[in-house]
Every structure is written in structure tokens, then in C-alpha cells.
Design a binder for this molecule. Structure first.
Ligand SMILES: Nc1ncnc2c1ncn2[C@@H]1O[C@H](COP(=O)(O)OP(=O)(O)OP(=O)(O)O)[C@@H](O)[C@H]1O
Length: 246
């Protein structure tokens, strides 16, 4: 795979490529032949209803589960599972790290591991509006603040790609918008986000491109404009396009 190949599919610089990823549980394929590319600095939404295969895809990309077939490539070179951690940081849905610790301790711990400066920690805390919960234990955080903490941890990591499962669950519209702003800024600095999202309206707000999944299969991929062209629905919302393709 070369950069030239990737240009034909709509992105200018391929960073990551999944090729024909398949994962079966028994007779059923949770994901079947999933192929896509992601560029540096883009926000790619993996979009689909419950059971579509979004989490399985993120786990297979991160190397947490072994795909039955297919591969992952980094700048055109095969990236074995053992090396995925250096390239991608995966934030699963619904985890609460270090519950009995204070929020500030957790942030300092991760900042220490990744050798981030005090200024960088302060920047991340301010961006995610975590000031008011720094002295709370993680176990006492609301669902939304726990997600902010997870995103803060993600932003402190050095991996070029952040994989996040349902990053907006538990946020109201205003909170979702403020988190989107943080993600967009990080993407502007070259971070790549691959977000599993089941709410199409949220996905439409934040993502540059969409991988539409249903029944473990890719039903469409591209920017909203490209998907509108593909489906012949010139003013279509992501929801209308998804319904047309599935
Ligand atoms: N460990 C497992 N064992 C058996 N089947 C599984 C396992 N994990 C996932 N599946 C199945 O694979 C399919 C895809 O599940 P997955 O969790 O990836 O979907 P999803 O799109 O993330 O769904 P949701 O939005 O509900 O989280 C589902 O049919 C699910 O039941």
C-alpha cells in the first residue's frame, strides 16, 4: 500500500490502514472484511447501531483481540498486534481507572509516565474543564466527568492515534460541543481520532469522515459530501444517508 493508492480513496496522506479485518464469534462475524484508511489529523467516525461491530473493530485495531484474518498497516507497513500500543491508545467505554485516587493524582501519574510538562497538564485540565473535580476521587466523578478524565488521559499520551468508544455518552449537547472543540483542536495539531459513535447527530458534528457499519460490514465510507454523492441524496443528513445504505 502506498500513499498514491490511498489518494484514490479520498484521503491525502494515509497513516493507518485496516485491510479486510474479520473477527468471528462462533458462526457469526462481529466484523467482516472491514477495510478503511485514516489520515493524520483526521477525526474518523465508526458509526452504526448497537451490535454493528464498532467495539470489536476498535479492539481488533488496538490488538486487544486477535482478528481471524486481515491486517493493520502503519504508513504502508504491516503493524503486528505487539506494536499497536506504540501507535494507538484505546479508551474503552465505561472504564473508571484508579477509582480510589483523586483526579489530580491520576492526571499527574499519566503525565509523569509520558513526561508531560506541568504546563501541558494545566492546558489539558483547562481544556476539559476538570478544575472543579481535581480533588474528587475517581469513584465519585459523574459519568460525564469520568469521560472527561479519560479524554484528558488520552490527550496526555504520546500515541498519534486515539481510539475512543462512545466518547459522548453521558454528555449533554453543550458538553458534547465543548469536548468536540477539544478534539478538533488536538486533530488540528495532527492527532488522529477514531471514534465509535452510535448517535449519528454527534458523529455528524465532530467527524471529518465516516465509516458506516451495519452487521459487521462496511456500508459506506467517506466525508458527508462524498456519502451524499454516493447515495444521490444531495442535502442528506448522516442519518438519512445511513438509512439509505443499510
Ligand atoms: N466476546 C464476545 N463473544 C461473542 N459475541 C460477541 C463478543 N463481543 C461481541 N460480540 C458480538 O459481536 C457483534 C458486534 O458487537 P460489538 O460490541 O462490536 O458492537 P457495537 O457496534 O460496539 O455495539 P454497541 O453499540 O451495542 O456497543 C454483536 O453481535 C455482539 O453480540
Amino acid at each position: 500500500m502506498t500513499a498514491t493508492n490511498s489518494m484514490s480513496s479520498g484521503i491525502s496522506t494515509e497513516l493507518l490502514r485496516a485491510a479486510d479485518l474479520t473477527k468471528r464469534y462462533g458462526e457469526d462475524a462481529a466484523i467482516a472484511g472491514v477495510t478503511f484508511e485514516a489520515a493524520a489529523g483526521e477525526v474518523l467516525g465508526v458509526v452504526g447501531p448497537n451490535g454493528a461491530g464498532k467495539t470489536t473493530l476498535l479492539e481488533a485495531l488496538a490488538g486487544l483481540i486477535a482478528a481471524d484474518s486481515g491486517g493493520v498497516f502503519w504508513l504502508g507497513v504491516a503493524l503486528p498486534s505487539s506494536r499497536r500500543k506504540a501507535a494507538m491508545f484505546y479508551l474503552p467505554d465505561g472504564v473508571r481507572p484508579y477509582q480510589d485516587r483523586f483526579t489530580i493524582e491520576v492526571l499527574n501519574f499519566f503525565a509523569g509516565i509520558y513526561r508531560q510538562s506541568t504546563a501541558e497538564i494545566a492546558r489539558v485540565i483547562a481544556a476539559l474543564e476538570l478544575q472543579q473535580v481535581l480533588r474528587k476521587r475517581v469513584s465519585a466523578l459523574s459519568k460525564g466527568y469520568n469521560r472527561r478524565l479519560l479524554l484528558a488521559i488520552g490527550l496526555l499520551t504520546p500515541q498519534p492515534v486515539l481510539l475512543m468508544d462512545e466518547p459522548f455518552d453521558g454528555f449533554d449537547l453543550r458538553q458534547t460541543r465543548s469536548i468536540i472543540e477539544v478534539m478538533r483542536k488536538a486533530a488540528g495539531h495532527g492527532r488522529t481520532f477514531i471514534l465509535a459513535i452510535h448517535q449519528l447527530a454527534d458523529a455528524e458534528r465532530v467527524c471529518d469522515r465516516f465509516l458506516l457499519l451495519a452487521g459487521g460490514q462496511v456500508r459506506g465510507i467517506g466525508s458527508l459530501r462524498e456519502l451524499r454523492t454516493q447515495t444521490g441524496i444531495p442535502q442528506g443528513s448522516l442519518e438519512e444517508i445511513f438509512l439509505a445504505l443499510t
